[in-house]
Write a protein that binds this ligand. Structure first.
Ligand code: ADP
Ligand code: MG
Length: 733
């Protein structure tokens, strides 16, 4: 049988295994299987770290049987077999019901796969899959020093994968005939890289860890180069797109905005503003990411760009992730523009424009009116949520798209809005989730990047502390006291909880808040934990206890948009002292007089999310205080994570920590991560240098006259990545 990379696994492995691989691991072709790399390698003599296991982990361990004990069950028919296995570092119990395995004997070595559970306080596997290793019969997999441990699934264990790879190897006589090396020879030579066939062989069947390292280096190169080629091609294509220059004009909206600003722009805001002004003035569309620390003042930078576009006769759209945020932007911008934002109204200034809010919750008539304003061009500034992306929203002349809090949106949403211009509009993407440079280079590789590091001067800053209630129960009372003190001093406070707490409660904020890509990552099973604290419960408790007499209300995703907006406004107008809320207040909400935030069950939130939340109380000249209340022990992983958040106010550093403590895909958002970008082995964090080098090679390759024409293998890989992306895009539509 001729096997190629495209051969369906079903033809090589048989239907049962192939089905399991397809359904549970997403592996369909020979290529997929070869690119399914071991997660780690178990070594003889240096066993899998049993003592590292956490309840709920699905793992494969390599261990030796130390005792076997079978007995009849009292309550039920049949026998129960308890097997203890050890790896030198720890031990663990395996429990089987009515099960016999001839080779499951004292002294035997085996691979055991299952979900780690507990019984009577001890870790155990119930009915793990076993693969006993045979020392004597020359089982060559066992004779090897390194046993690859693959990411596995319920029906496809690590050793089934191992055997399948071995089968492929046999069928194709090494990988030499099977794979066509896409990497140009000169690049390979320049960077001292293995051939692809050799790398694949070594990653799946290494003899030493050095083999693994060399192989990994080569495989990472493929990923980095193909990704960077894709991005470089996109940048080139974008640079060739015909756009419309939106030149700066004096005496218009932009000058009015500048005159109305109640503060001086920071140096960073001015510099980035200049950058944008120049790019808007070009007839290629701008593609720029503005990343800035929480509270660094991105909104006004965007507004000034929008004003320039309106002055040039175009329209600008601002896409916000939540209705609360969209409404806040509209309110703030209208206020700043005054009569200039009300053209066409009685008290409006005819030289100005209209600021139109378009969200899903508008009543039909209002929506129709808003759409009409957008379509006929009366609305120069259009602010909205996902509703903006819908069909039937047509712009007269869309000149600039601004996307606020990009981490809440996928690339496809950016593209959907872009497509609403008759010619490609300029695009400004903003995010307060700063990411390391190489990550940005990859995830936002088709965007140029501007960064606002500086906060406006005169900010009080935020002090953060962890309140470990399990160890220091008294501290919570002190936290509530602090809150009252701040309110007594004329300030306001947020109390944030992970959950709403009404009967329909599944997860907090079920409507326009796309929660929660960002939950607490690392604490194993959630089933045996109590449910997270809820807004409604905590509000009740505070009203009748520590905060009795204060003006307190709740805000969460299941209020109607009108209710949400009314409460947000009441809070902004200081008609409320305390807002008990879900993460609806996470992004962008801007009430400078709020100075305290108490986050309940802080361990249920991700690092970046906490940093965002905390950004809500760092917006004015008063010093902010953020209290992270948790039952987690200070010494636990979670406790340490919270301590790190409390210890630094540098969003870039926290983003790094976030990336380190969780899978990269989580923080980058599903739409931008992992499979989609073809990144399996590459670590965006650790392989900075490699990525930068690959980026340079990619750019150089595309700049040669023939581009990829002489490198069909590479071109095919790039095309395959594009197809993957398109396939996913279709699935989502
Ligand atoms: P973010 O970058 O997190 O979106 P915002 O744009 O919401 O931040 O700005 C945070 C707050 O800082 C707002 O109240 C805004 O009016 C204020 N602000 C913005 N720029 C300046 C400045 N140069 N000086 C003082 N305050 C500013
Ligand atoms: Mg913002």
């Amino acid at each position: 049988m001729a096997v190629s990379l495209e051969t369906p696994l079903a033809r090589v492995l048989g239907p049962k295994t192939a089905t399991g691989m397809a359904e549970q691991l997403g592996l369909h072709t020979v290529r997929d299987l070869l690119r399914h790399y071991p997660r780690r390698y178990a070594r003889r003599g240096e066993m899998a770290r049993l003592d590292d296991l956490q309840v709920g982990d699905r793992v494969t361990i390599l261990a030796q049987v130390t005792s076997v004990n079978s007995r009849r069950m009292r309550q039920r028919h049949g026998t129960i077999t308890e097997v203890t296995v050890g790896d030198g570092a720890g031990s663990m119990k395996l429990v089987f019901f009515n099960y016999k395995h001839a080779r499951l004997q004292q002294g035997a070595w085996g691979l055991f796969a299952g979900t780690v559970g507990t019984y009577a306080g001890k870790l155990q596997f119930t009915h793990p899959d076993c693969h006993m290793l045979d020392n004597d019969t020359g089982d060559d997999d066992w004779a090897r020093a390194l046993v690859p441990i693959y990411p596995a699934s319920k029906d496809v264990s690590s050793w089934v994968i191992q055997k399948s790879v071995k089968l492929l190897l046999g069928a194709s006589g090494g990988f030499g005939d099977l794979v066509v090396d896409p990497l140009p020879e000169d690049i390979r030579a320049r960077h001292g890289l293995l051939s692809l066939a050799a790398a694949l062989l070594d990653i799946h069947r290494p003899t030493t860890m050095e083999d693994v390292e060399h192989a990994a280096e080569r495989l990472k190169w493929d990923e980095a180069l193909i990704l960077q080629l894709t991005l470089a091609a996109r940048r080139r294509a974008a640079a060739l797109e015909p756009g419309t220059a939106r030149s700066r004009r004096t005496g218009g909206l932009l000058d009015a905005v500048d005159a109305a600003l109640p503060f001086e722009l920071t140096e960073g805001q001015r510099e980035v503003g200049e950058e944008l002004a120049v790019e808007l003035d070009r007839d290629q569309p701008m593609h720029r990411l503005l990343q800035g620390e929480v509270g660094s003042g991105k909104t006004v930078v965007a507004l000034r760009a929008m004003a320039q576009v309106v002055d040039a006769g175009g329209q600008a759209a601002l896409l916000a992730p939540t209705e609360v945020l969209a409404a806040q932007h509209a309110r703030g911008i209208r206020q700043l523009l005054g009569p200039l934002g009300r053209a066409g109204e009685l008290d409006g200034d005819a030289a100005g424009t209209r600021v139109t809010l378009l969200t899903g919750s508008l009543k039909t008539a209002a929506k129709r009116e808003a759409r009409a304003e957008v379509a006929d061009g009366r609305a120069g500034i259009v602010i909205g949520t996902h509703a903006l992306l819908q069909e039937g929203v047509d712009f007269a002349d869309l000149g600039l798209v601004v996307i606020d809090e990009q981490h809440r949106f996928g690339v496809e949403q950016r593209d959907a809005l872009r497509a609403k211009g008759s010619r490609p509009p300029h695009v400004l993407v903003m995010t307060a989730t700063p990411i390391p440079r190489t990550v940005a280079m990859t995830v936002y590789g088709d965007l140029e990047i501007s960064t606002l590091r500086q906060l406006p001067s005169g900010r009080g800053g935020v002090a953060s502390s962890v309140v470990p209630v399990a160890e220091k129960p008294g501290w919570l009372d002190r936290a509530w006291e602090r809150l009252r003190e701040e309110v007594a001093a004329g300030r306001q406070a947020y109390v944030v909880c992970p959950r709403i707490g009404d009967s329909v409660d599944v997860a907090a904020g079920a409507d326009d808040e796309p929660e929660d890509a960002d939950g607490a990552p690392d604490d194993g099973p959630r089933t045996d934990r109590r449910p997270p604290l809820a807004v409604l419960d905590i509000a009740e408790l505070l009203r009748n206890g520590p905060q009795a007499g204060l003006r307190l209300d709740v805000l969460h995703g299941r209020l109607t948009p009108e209710e949400k907006d009314a409460r947000m406004q009441a809070f902004a107008n200081r008609e409320l002292d305390v807002l008990v809320a879900t993460t609806v207040v996470e992004v962008g909400v801007d009430v400078p007089n709020a100075t305290v935030m108490v986050v309940m069950d802080a361990d249920r939130f991700g690092v970046s999310q906490l940093h965002q939340l905390r950004g809500r109380v760092a917006r004015g000249r008063h010093a902010g205080l953020c209290l992270l209340v948790t039952e987690a022990r200070t010494t636990s992983l979670t406790g340490q994570r919270l301590a790190a958040v409390a210890a630094t106010s540098d969003g870039f550093e926290l983003a790094r920590l976030d990336l380190e403590t969780r899978r990269e895909g989580d923080i980058l958002g599903a739409a931008q991560s992992g499979k989609r970008s073809g990144v399996r082995m590459l670590s965006l964090l650790e392989d900075e240098e490699l990525i930068a080098t690959a980026r340079a090679e990619a750019t150089a390759l595309l700049e040669t006259e023939r581009g990829l024409a002489d490198h069909p293998g590479l071109a095919a890989e790039v095309a395959a990545l594009a197809t993957d992306e398109r396939a996913e895009w279709l699935e989502k539509a």
